[in-house]
Design a protein around this ligand. Sequence first.
Ligand code: GDP
Length: 345
Amino acid sequence: MFKFLKDKLKEAISGITKKVESDAETEAEPEVKTKVEEPEEITKIVPEKEEIKKSFFKKLHEKVILTKITKEKFEELFSDIELALLENNVANEIVERIRSELEKDLVDIPIKRNEVSSIIKSSFKKVLEDIISIEKIDIYKRIKESGKKPFVILFLGYNGVGKSLTVAKLAKFLKDKNLKVMLAAGDTFRAAGASQLAQYAEKVNVPVIKGKYGSDSCSIIFDTISSARARNYDVVIADTAGRIHNNQNLLNELKKINKVNNPDFNILVIDAMTGSDVVNQAEEFGKSVKIDALIITKSDTYEKGGALLSAVYILKKPILFLGTGQGFDDLNEYNKEEMIKNLGF
Ligand code: GDP
């Protein structure tokens, strides 16, 4: 899902490396070069071995040319990276963080000509690892260890991000692990909300409790929990509305649902295609209700991927899964190492 970002960064880093290398070439101080002394065994080399001798000195020469990047030069060079990041929906806060890490590693420090690229890459890798190294959560283990029955999971997120489908995907994931799962069709604001969830529930073969269009979402979730408890179900997954007149109403409704039903685990669903608005979404939900983890949907259709980095950075919450398609099995567990590799580091 990071193809664009990966390609752009690769391009930017290689551009910077070339610029710094060529500057180093022209700025190289003569005394640095003259410091290179011919080792005795080379001087003894017979004339026909001249080529080997030349190549030995070429390599040595590349290694010893040192350069220093000034603060001004750095700002100029960083603008390419900044553009690549912003174009790919990476939040400003992350761009600034990367800027200051790279600055620490590159500005006014003597760097060997052939090490520019590896220094930039390792500096980048360090920041990225830091950004996405939030502890992983194993939801199955969390449910089992909680001792709660039913364990209540609440889904949050704006309309269209893929909440209902992901509720069904998670239901199937847990059902495949032999847990008994019941769904609560808590999106009562949208006429089609509950019926769509009911269709998905039928397909993954789990029961769903729904009310009438416009009925109280909070009480539907409450009824589902009671029913699940009476029927000895392990898990309740509750869908919620993604839009109610305005954001404040929506957030108040979610606060009420949380107060009344006291869920064990809240998941914020974010669409990978969300642009810079991801920061607002994460902040709005984060301020109103507790968020335990994220699921990023549609990672199969979008190659920019910055939304994911931004959401994790803002909320400091782990990613539980990535939605990777429209099928009920298209849910991948999040893997930090793979993510860094996908970014080309
Ligand atoms: P909700 O309004 O948040 O409940 O969103 P829905 O569950 O109705 O999903 C909105 C659209 O996104 C539907 O067409 C889904 O099939 C699609 N969708 C959800 N998750 C994914 C995903 O991971 N990949 C793809 N390609 N489509 C998805």
